[in-house]
Design a protein around this ligand. Structure first.
Ligand code: ANZ
Ligand code: ZN
Length: 818
């Protein structure tokens, strides 16, 4: 009996594939095959590959390998996102230079990727920490600078006290540093920004192109992050001040209901307008507010606080005098940093009014109880009351009318507002791209001329890289002090480095020619490959990398460098690999090591387990999975291929073979094709299992292994299996008498004549309720029917982990006790 030894197969095939190089993308213009660009989010080199990598790359590889089989000219590159804090912090902990540590990890990961048999074109490998790469970050920075899209400004920024660096808004998650989890504080600093807000409208509107191709929840997250709202700017006069103050409101219709006015406590305006007798109280309050994060400030649960500023604002439509307060629930960097408060129709204003005994005036009759009594604001639709010319109108009508009135009087206008802020780009850390600016006492900011790029990092070997609040680059005096490129006088380099999200905003373009020297990427080659047909990666990047890349592509489009406006046509967010219902972590001690799993079960069984575990978007709980079961299946599949190979030679006429098996084979081809295209990879694997069993039955019954239908089934199996279990598939293919690589064998086609067949409807019940009906072969085995039922999208939502019991009555019924 042929022996299945996964480790031996790995040792045999990995070097052969390196020789064959089956996954090289072809640049040749005369190659007329249609192209596909498949990309997995590139890894950080912060250690060896972990289970999460195992999952993403196994899933991405199903798609890439399917496209190879379908005969596309596929670009499936790999590189490393090798700058950044994780590498730097780890290097500090180990007292090593980030470069040594980073490149050693890259080598480790590359070796692991090769063993994991991902279908990469290795010739396109890039590392963002190579000067030949980051040179182009600097070149792009210069282009952004010329366009007014890179600028420096002072202001309150997010500061991580642990990492001792500023962070972009996108890197502050629920008030904490996205990297280290420390509470983020606000600091007044001058920093570099990218003007992503100029693109806010297009970032929103172009999402129409992504509908259907991107997960809805990512689109929603981006929409909320950009946060476009429409309303009006209204100008209020403040007593004792010449300059009116503008507020932004989404509800100008409620203007007659404004009973007080609130200025952000930390805004300069508060200090400008405070009456002398309230100055002291404001100063005390401001000191307390400075300690709070935006999240805390905006929380609706938080007890409202504030101080009266001793002054009054004049309502522009009815001349009413309303008191002006300073409070923390109004943010200084949103809208205009001041609001008109309408407590009847806005809950936060109502909470504030009730706390400080301010009046509540209903101006929209909604049919609900009086907010002044219930403490519940009524923000909904209704009819305007107590509002002069607006009385009797609906909300929409009133908004239109009041905007007209305000415009006539020069007291306001319709306005659009965004939540999105400019992208804070500078970091006070070492391991990143130096910002290519020279500060000259006479000429100001001077970009380093393109022909002097790259500005490489100073060596700093042996220097203390510990974060100190200023970039370690500032200590490299020889590097810092330079001649001004404009006037030649003594000047100094900017010592901050770029956010590493700059590196990842365009790396996918450089894969088209990673050593290109004529620009960041070869424009012509990007025209032939881009945009990316399928991108696979984690949902944690929903408003970070995925938003920044979209912004970059739009700028590059405006520069005439790319001809598309969205970088990623289709996006798949794979789930996480968890263990015992929880994310793997050191503190829980529930970590599973990818390398150990591979040593124990082999690459193919681990990959197959990842893919078979469930729909690719779902989290998978390793505790509920069985790599040992995957291994058993692979051994069965291998024996089918080996026995068929030993009993017959290629080229036999399948038409003369067992008609029942042929039907199963062709139905499997038909279904697996649809399942892979619909990204139901787990169900596709279940179908491969069914085909394996059907072939086994024919081998063991009358016709035997020499039956041409067995060969047809085994060859089909080898090709399909190559998407998930490449080593087993390759070995099977060779035993079936074919030359490697099975990866390029070509996807089989179902014969429609064989698809018309009797099938049986199997009913799947969960806890006694029918949840799905499956069309299956009349002679399906119990194990295969169970696998299909458990993989069903309609059944999975009713299961929480492994079911307690599964009763199978093939081919008609599966009863699952969850
Ligand atoms: C009066 C009003 C009446 C409001 C009403 C709402 C309901 P979005 O949709 O998020 O843009 N606002 C404006 N600037 C603010 C700031 N700097 N900090 C905190 N809140 C601010 O929200 C716009 C609404 O949020 C504005 O409309 C304003 O309150 C408040 F029945 O104005 B509204
Ligand atoms: Zn100068």
């Amino acid at each position: 009996e042929p022996v299945y030894d996964p480790q031996a197969l790995q040792a045999k095939w990995q070097p052969k594939w390196e020789e064959l190089n089956p996954f090289a993308a072809v640049e040749d213009a005369s190659d007329s095959r249609p192209r596909k660009y498949m990309l997995d989010m590139f890894p950080y080199p912060s250690g060896d590959l972990h289970m999460g990598h195992g999952e993403v790359f196994a899933i991405g590889d199903v798609v890439a390998r399917y496209w190879f089989q379908k005969g596309y000219n596929v670009l499936h590159p790999i590189g490393w996102d090798s700058f950044g804090l994780p590498a730097e912090n780890a290097a500090i902990r180990r007292d090593a230079h980030p470069a040594e540590w980073t490149y050693a990890n890259i080598d480790t990961q590359a070796t692991s990727f090769k063993r994991y048999a991902v279908s990469f074109d290795w010739s396109r490998r890039l590392h963002t920490s190579d000067p030949e790469y980051y040179r182009w970050n600097q070149w792009l920075f210069n282009r952004f600078y010329e366009r007014g899209l890179a600028y420096r400004k002072g202001g309150l920024v997010n500061w991580c006290p642990n990492d001792q660096t500023v962070l972009a808004n996108e890197q502050v998650v629920a008030g904490k540093c996205e990297r280290c989890g420390a509470d983020v504080v606000r600091r007044e600093l001058t920093q570099w920004y990218f003007k992503i807000t100029d693109y806010a409208d297009r970032l929103l509107d172009d999402m129409a192109q992504l509908e259907g191709g991107w997960p809805e929840r990512v689109l929603t997250m981006q929409r909320n992050w950009i946060g476009r709202s429409t309303g009006a700017d209204v100008r209020f006069r403040i007593e004792g001040r010449d300059e009116p103050v503008t507020v932004y409101t989404t509800r100008p219709d409620t203007l007659y209901g404004a009973t007080f006015f609130v200025v952000a406590a930390d805004a300069p305006l508060a200090e400008e307008i405070v009456a002398p007798e309230q100055r002291e109280a404001l100063a005390v309050y401001r000191a307390a507010v400075a300690k709070l994060s935006d999240i805390e400030r905006l929380s609706t649960d938080k007890e409202k606080t504030g101080v009266f500023l001793g002054t009054y604002a004049i309502n522009p439509v009815n001349g009413e005098r309303i008191p002006v307060w300073a409070a923390d629930y109004v943010l200084s960097d949103y809208g205009h940093g001041a609001i008109m408060a309408v407590p009847a129709h806005d809950q936060r204003d109502l909470d504030f009014a009730r706390k400080f005994g301010l009046p509540v005036k209903v101006v929209v009759h909604t049919g609900l109880a009086d907010p002044g009594e219930t403490g519940v604001a009524t923000p909904g639709e209704g009819t305007l009351v107590n509002s002069g010319p607006l009385d009797g109108l609906t909300k929409t009508e009133a908004i239109r009318k009041i905007v007209d009135i305000l415009e006539e009087r020069g007291a306001g206008r319709a306005a659009v507002n965004f939540r999105l802020r400019d992208w804070l780009l500078s970091r006070q850390r070492f391991w990143g791209t130096p910002i290519p600016i020279i500060h000259c006492p006479d000429c100001g900011e001077v970009p380093v001329p393109d022909d002097q790029l790259p500005v490489t990092l100073p060596d700093l070997r042996g220097a203390d890289l510990k974060p100190k609040g200023v970039s370690p680059l500032a200590g490299a005096t020889e590097w810092v002090n330079v001649a001004c490129p404009k006037c030649g006088g003594p000047a100094q380099r900017d010592t901050d480095t770029m956010d590493t999200f700059v590196d990842s905003s365009w790396y996918f373009l450089r894969y088209c020619d990673p050593h290109y020297t004529g620009g960041p990427f070869d424009v012509e080659k990007v025209r032939t490959w881009g945009p990316i047909d399928q991108y696979v990666g984690g949902v944690e990047h929903a408003v970070l990398h995925l938003l920044y890349s979209r912004f970059f592509i739009k700028v590059l489009h405006d520069m005439g460098m790319v001809d598309f406006t969205e970088p990623f046509v289709r996006l798949l967010n794979q789930g996480q690999v968890i263990n015992q219902g929880k994310a793997m972590s050191k503190s829980l001690g529930n970590g599973v090591d990818l390398g150990q799993q591979i040593d124990a079960f082999g690459v193919d069984a681990v990959r197959l387990t990842m893919v078979f575990a469930g729909p690719p978007e779902d989290d998978i709980d390793w505790a509920h999975l069985s790599p040992a079961g995957s291994l058993k299946f692979l051994a069965r599949a291998f024996r089918v291929m080996a026995e068929a190979g030993a009993a017959s030679a290629p080229g036999a006429d399948a038409a003369t073979g067992d008609p029942e098996l042929r039907k199963v084979t062709h139905r499997t081809i038909d279904e697996v094709t649809k399942l892979v295209e619909g990204y139901h990879f787990n169900v596709a694997v279940a179908r491969m299992m069914e085909l394996t069993s059907a072939a086994r039955r024919t081998i063991d019954s009358g016709p035997g292994a020499a039956d041409p239908a067995v060969r047809e089934a085994a060859e089909t199996l080898a090709i399909m299996l190559s998407l998930v279990a490449p080593y087993t598939a390759e070995e099977g293919w060779e035993r079936l008498g074919h030359a490697p690589s099975v990866a390029k064998a070509g996807w089989p086609q179902a014969d429609p004549a064989l698809l018309v067949q009797e099938s049986v409807t199997a009913v799947v019940q969960v806890a006694g309720k029918v949840r799905d009906r499956l069309e299956v072969a009349p002679d399906i085995s119990e194990a295969d029917l169970e696998a299909l039922a458990l993989a069903s999208d309609k059944v999975r939502p009713y299961l929480d982990g492994a079911p307690r019991k599964v009763i199978v009555r093939a081919p008609k019924l599966v009863n699952i006790v969850p």
